[in-house]
Design a protein around this ligand. Structure first.
Ligand code: MG
Length: 387
């Protein structure tokens, strides 16, 4: 069984924990409106006003004039992320992080020691609450795809278990938009065929879905049947470290895209440093509203784990795309691969050991200073303008 653990409103929750007087208030973390910043995370009180991540801060303040806006404090969140992972690691070594606050855990082999996957998920949830004063939503299911849907269904403070014999009953009533890759365009195409729920999609023959959507149709058919065979891949084994965001609404605004890309880049760079990995190849991934996906890569002469260098590289790749007239984006992702074996040898034996990670905190603090000095973002903008 797989657990998907996803912290609730992570950056905002950590900030509120540090300042209890903000509890219950609409709080968001993100860039300032003057700097054309975007919201990186919003508390549930702020979400009631319609404030969402990846929304321009200016728009968020319009919806919620009393919004308490706090700057991004990445080194703090990365430190808490390390503590969360240490709790996960009590139960299984098979952890696949998706970001600083989200991970898949394969607990198949942990059962004899700790009990069922649901028991383990409950314990982790309780330990995160007691030790870190934070809330994590849990999905427990036979595979990654189902666990990810499950963790999201009952947020915040969610706990949803999908038993192996209840997969179809769980999926059937859900809207097709719950499936990976069903955005506005695919959703509208399905609706035209009278398909709204996963049950209705499941009843379609595989050939029809292939005819409508090609390769993607095949994938939809599998997902509608609850089939997903991808294993949990730990970061030690991973050939790349990447992170991506699917937008609630398709995005065209270049400032929003750059701000989201910077957030993704900081998270990926953090994870590289945490694992003592340096990579040579920087990748940008774009998925458009018509589901077309393109990747752009750039290879550096020397492998790196430095936020600034990775940001400089990936933001140039994005600027090159933006200079063309591209369709609205449904998904934005980035990653680093081509790991340097030499650099790998200084990998920590214990991921969560103190000294090296603290050193990384210092290095990120430098990156953050540069960010608030505006240098990081400005460099990207001036590059764009000079083109
Ligand atoms: Mg989360």
């Amino acid at each position: 069984m797989i657990i998907h653990a996803d912290m609730d409103a992570f950056y905002a929750s950590v900030e509120i924990r540090e300042r209890p007087e903000l509890c219950g208030q609409p709080v968001a973390v993100g860039g300032s409106a003057e700097d054309r910043g975007v919201i990186a995370a919003a508390s549930y009180a702020a979400r009631k006003f319609g404030v969402r991540s990846a929304m321009p801060t200016r728009a968020a303040l319009k919806r919620c004039p009393d919004l308490v806006l706090l700057p991004v404090h990445m080194s703090l969140y990365a430190g808490v992320s390390r503590q969360i992972h240490a709790i996960f690691a009590r139960y299984t070594p098979l952890i696949e992080p998706l970001s600083l606050d989200e991970a898949f855990l394969d607990v198949g082999a942990s059962k004899r020691l700790f009990g069922s996957a649901a028991v383990i998920a409950r314990r982790i949830k309780q330990e995160v609450r007691e030790e870190l004063e934070l809330v994590v939503s849990m999905g427990v299911a036979p595979n990654k795809f189902l666990a990810k849907i499950a963790s999201d269904l009952d947020k915040p403070d969610g706990f949803v278990e999908v038993a192996a014999d209840a997969v179809q009953a769980f999926l059937d009533p859900l809207p097709v938009s719950r499936l990976w890759g069903v955005g506005r365009v695919t959703g509208a195409a399905l609706q035209k065929q009278g398909i709204h729920t996963i049950a209705e999609l499941r009843r379609q023959p595989q050939t029809a879905l292939r005819r409508w959507f090609g390769e993607h149709g095949q994938q939809l058919w599998h997902l509608a049947h609850g089939i997903d065979e991808r294993p949990v891949v730990t970061e030690h084994e991973a050939k790349s470290i990447s992170h991506e965001t699917t937008f609630a609404r398709d995005v065209t605004d270049p400032d929003t895209l750059r701000a989201v890309l910077l957030d993704l880049t900081e998270q990926v760079a953090w994870r590289l440093r945490r694992h003592g990995k340096c990579g040579r190849t920087v990748q940008l991934k774009l998925r458009f509203d018509d589901f077309r996906t393109v990747t752009r890569t750039h290879s550096l002469r020397d492998a790196t784990d430095a936020t600034q260098i990775i940001w400089h590289t990936v933001s140039r790749l994005l600027d090159r795309e933006l200079a063309q007239d591209i369709p609205p984006l449904r998904l934005l992702g980035m990653g680093v691969s081509g790991f340097d074996d030499g650099a790998d040898s200084r990998r920590q034996s214990d991921l969560f050991a103190g000294a090296a990670a603290d050193e990384a905190v210092d290095r990120v603090a430098d990156d953050i200073n540069a960010r608030f000095g505006g240098k990081v973002l400005q460099r990207a903008r001036s590059y764009h303008k000079s083109r």
